[in-house]
Design a protein around this ligand. Structure first.
Ligand SMILES: [Zn+2]
Length: 111
């Protein structure tokens, strides 16, 4: 697993498409990537109990739009920093993290 590298990285419009050096191809919806953002801020947010969400709260207009990437920047040769259309850009996705998210979302992705 530690020698895995990406052969190709692409945006198909709704998902990040990853082609790995072991021949595996994965497709991860951008919304899933945003939800799985590994940065410290999102880790804290995920720990909040869902009951704290106010059902009457006004939804920010940004949240009603499909999430999109605005930038994808390589960090060294082991990770990618992804900026999202909601203004969030502190997530650094290591190749291992991308692979894990891809495997976790494979069962639910539309084919
Ligand atoms: Zn984050």
């Amino acid at each position: 697993m530690d020698t895995l590298t990406l052969v190709k990285l692409a945006d198909d419009g709704t998902s990040l498409v990853l082609n790995w050096s072991d021949g595996v191809s994965q497709q991860i919806p951008w919304a899933t990537l945003r939800k799985e953002c590994p940065c410290a801020v999102c880790n804290v947010e995920r720990e909040q109990p869902p009951a704290k969400v106010n059902p009457l709260a006004v939804i920010d207009v940004v949240q009603t739009r499909p999430i999109r990437p605005t930038a994808l920047r390589p960090v060294g040769n082991y990770a990618y920093a992804i900026s999202f259309s909601d203004g969030h850009s502190s997530g650094i996705f290591s190749l291992a993290t991308l692979r894990r998210i891809g495997e976790a979302s494979a069962g639910t992705a539309p084919r």
